[in-house]
Design a protein around this ligand. Structure first.
Ligand code: AMP
Length: 221
């Protein structure tokens, strides 16, 4: 796909909202290619910190493994720093942030208004199947599904050859907890952004290409 011109002022700031397993990461990567703006995934940032063994990473891993959220102040600090980096000056795709009303309010206070918030909607039963079968590349983060999109080799990433694995928090019990946390902590953001006239609902079932088309239509491109 060609690079597209962004909104007025040449920026595009986007939030992808949706429960775990709704396809935010997959759609974010397609949008990165299309608009040449970075994906800012707080989950990826926390997993990188955990791998690096930093104090923040170790603390975050404890929350992630239990399927509960990392404290707002920690996440907001991390995101504030990341959005201040030069590659975010033309916009960004927020994937997995904000996840609470307090985080959304903190984002507003940064003074960089959002252009769109897309809510990817998928029935809960399908989310459980998607997450429990999900495999992730240890090195590049590429995602596979044991049933729907297996890697060609056995537990090896097609893109970079590194091993794939099941994230600790993709095990069924933790998945159920994460979905509960989504309902109580994050779903209120749907009305938060609806009130601000920013929300577009996007059905998140079907093929990746079908969903990408709906995403494009919701963005008016
Ligand atoms: P994800 O990869 O987006 O599903 O995130 C994995 C885990 O990282 C979540 O279950 C949380 O424990 C933590 N996490 C990611 N983003 C946030 C956030 N915005 N606020 C709090 N915790 C987060």
């Amino acid at each position: 796909m060609d690079t597209e011109t962004h909104q007025s002022g040449g920026t595009l700031r986007l939030v992808l909202l949706g429960p775990p397993g709704s396809g935010k990461g997959t759609q974010a990567k397609l949008l990165v290619d299309r608009f040449k703006i970075p994906q800012v995934s707080t989950g990826d940032m926390l997993r990188a910190a955990a791998r690096a063994g930093t104090a923040l990473g170790q603390e975050a891993k404890r929350s992630m493994d239990r399927g509960v959220l990392v404290p707002d102040a920690t996440i907001v600090g991390l995101v504030r720093e990341r959005l201040g980096e030069p590659d975010c000056s033309c916009g960004y795709i927020l994937d997995g942030f904000p996840r609470t009303v307090a985080q959304a309010e903190a984002l507003e206070k940064l003074g960089t208004p959002l252009d769109h918030v897309l809510s990817l909607e998928v029935p809960e039963d399908e989310l459980v199947v998607r997450l429990a079968g999900r495999r992730t590349c240890r090195s590049c983060g590429a995602m596979y599904h044991v049933q729907f999109s297996p890697s060609r080799g056995d537990a090896v990433c097609d893109a970079c050859g590194a091993p794939t694995y099941q994230r600790d928090d993709d095990r069924e019990e933790t998945v159920r907890r994460r979905l509960q946390v989504y309902t109580t902590e994050t779903e209120p953001l749907v009305s938060f952004y609806q009130e601000r006239g920013l929300l577009r609902r996007v059905p998140g079932t079907g093929t990746v290409a079908e969903i990408a088309q709906r995403v494009a239509r919701a963005l008016g491109v």
